[in-house]
Write a protein that binds this ligand. Structure first.
Ligand SMILES: CC(C)(COP(=O)([O-])OP(=O)([O-])OC[C@H]1O[C@@H](n2cnc3c(N)ncnc32)[C@H](O)[C@@H]1OP(=O)([O-])[O-])[C@@H](O)C(=O)NCCC(=O)NCCSC(=O)C[C@@](C)(O)CC(=O)[O-]
Ligand SMILES: NC(=O)C1=CN([C@@H]2O[C@H](COP(=O)(O)OP(=O)(O)OC[C@H]3O[C@@H](n4cnc5c(N)ncnc54)[C@H](OP(=O)(O)O)[C@@H]3O)[C@@H](O)[C@H]2O)C=CC1
Length: 579
C-alpha cells in the first residue's frame, strides 16, 4: 500500500487538532510588570522626554547668549535633567527589553511554526500553562464552553445537565466557578444514577488547581491517609517518607527498615542515568526506506541538528540520544532526553513532535502512525525499560550489621540471603518476571508516588527492581542493594503542584524546581524512592524469613469489625455514632 501524507497530515488525520488557545494572550510581555497599561506609560515617558529636552535646549541657548556658565543650574533645570534621565532610562529599557523579547519569542514563533505545521496544538499549549500559576476557572476554553447565558439558579442548571442540554464538562468554563461546577455535576450525577456519593467529600478541595492540568469532570476527591516512615538515613541526610496507602502494615514495615538502615550507619545511592523517553512509530513503503531513516537518526554526525530541533520546545528538555528498532517496514524511534525537574512526558513528546515535522522534509514517504509506538515504553511492563532504563536509574545500598539484623529485624543474615535467592531471584525466574526480582518495591513506590503527586500509573516500570542480598564481613553482616532502572518522578508539573502533594514534596525538601541545578530535586526524589524501597525490602524479607508476615498483617491490616454485616456507608455512620 502506498502511504502518503506528512507527519502533520498524518497526525492531523488521527488526532483532530485541538482548538488553539490564545497563546499570544498567554505570553508574558515586559510591560506586564508595569502598574499602568503599557500604552499609557509609553505616552507619559515620551512626553516627559520631549518636554525635558526642549526645556533644557532652550535654557542652554539662553545661557550661551547671556554668557552664563552652563554648569550653573537652577531647580527647574535640575528637575528637567532628572526627567530627561528617567525617561531616557525608561525608553531605553523598554525598547531594549522589547528587542530582547522579540529575539526570545522568535524562538517560540519558530516553535509555533514547527508544532503548528500539523502537530496537535494541544501538545504545545498545556506545558506553557504548567509553568504558570493554576489557571482560574473561567480561562478554560473549548468549543462547547463558548460563552453562553446560563440560568442563574443551580437547580435549573442541574436540570439542563441531566437533560443533556448543557455538557457536564463545560460547567467550569460557563460558570467561572470550579467549586460550583463540581457541586452541580455531582447533583446531576446523583439524579442520573440514583446513587448518592455521600462518602466522597466535595468541600475542602481547591478545584481551580486541577483545572486544565490534573483532572476533568470532578465531583469530589478521594481521601487517603498519609503515614510517615523514617528517618531514612540516605547519603548522610535524614528523610521522612510520606506514604499514601490503605495497606495496613506497610508504613510500619518501611519504618522498621529505615530504623535498621539508620542503626547500621545509613544507605548510599547513585544515579546512573537520567532520561525520559518517547518512541514514535512511522511506517514506510519499504523496510529499506525505514532503515535509511534509522541510519540517519543513529549517525552521530546528525545528532547536533536533531538536538537543535528537539531542544527548541523546552528550556529544560535536552536530547540525549535516539535508539531505533524495526518491525518490517515500521520504524520505532526511542528518543531520550533530560527533563530538568519534571517527570517529562509532555516535554519529551513536544520535542519528538518537532523532530518528526523536521524529518518529514527529507522523508516525504514517512507515515507517522503514532507519536507513541510502545517502544518508549510508558505505563506497561517492558524489557526495554528494564534493560535501557527510563526516567532515573538508581542503585541504593547499605550494609546492615549482624546485631541490627537480629534485634530490629528478628532474623539472621544467612536466612535472609537464602530467602532472597530462592524467592526474589529463583522464584521470580520461575514466574517469568520482567523487572520483578524483588519482594514489594511497588508498595513503597506507589505510596510515595501518590503522596508526592507523581503519575501513579507509572508505578509499573518505576517499580522494576532487583534486590540483591549478600553476606559480607566474613558472613556476619548483610549487604543489601536495590537496582531500579526506571524511576519516573518529577517535582514540577502534573500533580506535584497540588497543595497536599506539594506539602509532601516539601517534607522531603524537594518541592518545585531546583534553582541552582535544574533536575537535582527530581534526582534526589528518585534516590529517596529507592532508599524507601531498600527499607521496605529489608523489613518484608525479614518478616517472611521470621515467619511473621501473617501475624503482622492480622494485627495492622485487618479490622476487628465484621465487614460482612455492614456497607461502607453504614460503617461510616456506625463509626460516627460510636464517636
Ligand atoms: C509490622 C512489623 C514492622 C512489626 O515488626 P516487629 O519487629 O515485630 O516490630 P517491633 O515492635 O519489634 O518494632 C521494630 C521496629 O519496627 C517499627 N514499627 C513496628 N511497629 C510499628 C508501627 N505500628 N508503626 C510504625 N513503626 C513500627 C519501628 O521502627 C520499631 O522500632 P521502635 O521505633 O519501636 O524502636 C513487621 O512484622 C513487618 O515488617 N511485617 C511485614 C509487613 C510488610 O512488609 N507488608 C508489606 C505488604 S506485603 C505485600 O503486599 C506483598 C507480598 C507479600 O505479596 C509480596 C510477596 O510476594 O512477597
Ligand atoms: N503526554 C504524554 O504522553 C503523557 C503525559 N503524562 C502526564 O504528563 C504530565 C507531566 O509532564 P511533564 O512534561 O513532566 O510536565 P509538564 O507538562 O508540566 O512540563 C513541565 C513544565 O514545567 C516547566 N519547568 C519550570 N521549571 C522547570 C524545571 N526546573 N525543570 C523542568 N521543567 C520546568 C517546563 O518548562 P518548559 O516549557 O520550558 O519545558 C514545562 O512547562 C503529568 O501530568 C503526567 O500524568 C504522563 C504520561 C504520558
Amino acid at each position: 500500500m502506498e502511504v502518503r501524507g506528512g507527519v502533520g497530515q498524518g497526525s492531523a488525520a488521527r488526532h483532530p487538532p485541538a482548538p488553539e488557545p490564545s497563546r499570544a494572550a498567554a505570553r508574558v510581555q515586559a510591560g506586564d510588570a508595569l502598574p499602568l497599561p503599557i500604552r499609557h506609560t509609553n505616552l507619559i515617558f515620551s512626553a516627559l522626554f520631549a518636554a525635558s529636552l526642549a526645556y533644557l535646549m532652550r535654557r542652554w541657548r539662553e545661557k550661551i547668549r547671556s554668557s552664563t556658565p552652563l554648569h550653573a543650574v537652577g531647580l527647574a533645570e535640575m528637575l528637567a535633567i532628572f526627567g530627561l534621565v528617567a525617561s531616557l532610562i525608561y525608553l531605553l529599557s523598554f525598547f531594549g527589553i522589547a528587542f530582547v523579547q522579540s529575539i526570545v519569542s522568535s524562538g517560540d514563533d519558530d516553535e509555533d511554526f514547527l508544532v503548528g505545521s500539523g502537530a496537535p496544538a494541544s501538545a504545545a499549549a498545556p506545558s506553557r500553562q504548567h509553568a504558570q500559576a493554576p489557571a482560574p476557572c473561567e480561562l478554560l476554553g473549548s468549543p462547547a464552553a463558548a460563552p453562553e447565558k446560563m440560568p442563574e439558579d443551580d437547580e435549573e442548571i442541574v436540570a439542563s445537565v441531566v437533560a443533556g442540554k448543557v455538557p457536564s464538562y463545560a460547567l467550569e468554563a460557563r460558570l467561572g466557578d470550579c467549586r460550583r461546577a463540581a457541586g452541580i455535576r455531582r447533583e446531576a450525577l446523583r439524579r442520573i444514577t440514583g446513587r448518592d456519593i455521600e462518602g466522597l467529600p466535595l468541600d475542602g478541595f481547591d478545584y481551580a488547581s486541577i483545572l486544565g492540568q490534573c483532572c476533568e469532570l470532578p465531583v469530589g476527591y478521594v481521601q487517603l491517609p498519609v503515614g510517615v516512615a523514617g528517618p531514612l538515613l540516605l547519603d548522610g541526610r535524614r528523610f521522612y517518607l510520606p506514604m499514601a496507602t490503605t495497606e495496613g502494615c506497610l508504613v510500619a514495615s518501611t519504618n522498621r527498615g529505615c530504623k535498621a538502615i539508620a542503626e547500621s550507619g545509613g544507605a548510599t545511592s547513585v544515579v546512573l542515568r537520567d532520561a525520559m523517553t518517547r518512541a514514535p512509530v512511522a511506517r514506510f513503503p519499504t523496510a529499506r526506506r525505514a532503515a535509511e531513516l534509522k541510519a540517519f537518526l543513529e549517525d552521530p554526525a546528525n545528532f547536533d541538528t536533531l538536538s537543535v530541533v528537539f531542544n527548541r520546545s523546552s528550556r529544560f528538555a535536552r536530547l540525549q540520544g535516539v535508539q531505533c528498532a524495526m518491525a518490517g517496514r515500521n520504524l520505532y524511534m526511542r528518543f531520550s532526553c533530560s527533563t530538568g525537574d519534571a517527570m517529562g512526558m509532555n516535554m519529551v513528546s513536544k520535542g519528538v513532535q518537532n523532530v518528526l515535522d523536521f524529518l518529514q522534509d527529507d522523508f516525504h514517504d514517512m507515515d507517522v502512525i503514532s507519536i507513541s509506538g510502545n517502544f518508549c515504553s510508558d505505563k506497561k511492563p517492558s524489557a526495554v525499560n528494564w534493560i535501557e532504563g527510563r526516567g532515573k536509574s538508581v542503585v541504593c545500598e547499605a550494609v546492615i550489621g549482624e546485631e541490627v539484623v537480629k534485634k530490629v529485624l528478628k532474623t539472621d543474615v544467612q536466612s535472609l540471603v537464602e530467602l532472597n535467592t530462592i524467592k526474589n531471584l529463583a522464584g521470580s525466574a520461575v514466574a517469568g518476571a520482567l523487572g520483578g526480582f524483588n519482594a514489594h518495591a511497588s508498595n513503597i513506590v506507589t505510596a510515595i508516588f501518590i503522596a508526592t503527586g507523581q503519575d501513579p500509573a507509572q508505578n509499573v516500570e518505576s517499580s522494576h527492581c532487583i534486590t540483591m542480598l549478600e553476606p559480607v564481613n566474613a558472613g556476619r553482616d548483610l549487604h543489601i542493594s536495590v537496582t531500579m532502572p526506571s524511576i519516573e518522578v518529577g517535582t514540577v508539573g502534573g500533580g506535584t503542584q497540588l497543595a497536599s502533594q506539594s506539602a509532601c514534596l516539601d517534607l522531603l525538601g524537594v518541592r518545585g524546581a531546583s534553582r541552582d541545578r535544574p533536575g537535582s530535586n527530581a534526582r534526589l526524589l528518585a534516590t529517596v524512592v529507592a532508599g524507601g524501597v531498600l527499607a521496605g525490602e529489608l523489613s518484608l524479607l525479614s518478616a517472611l524469613a521470621a515467619g511473621q508476615l501473617v501475624k503482622s498483617h492480622m494485627k495492622y491490616n485487618r479490622s476487628s469489625k465484621d465487614v460482612s454485616s455492614t456497607t461502607a456507608t453504614e460503617k461510616t455512620r456506625q463509626r460516627e455514632v460510636d464517636v
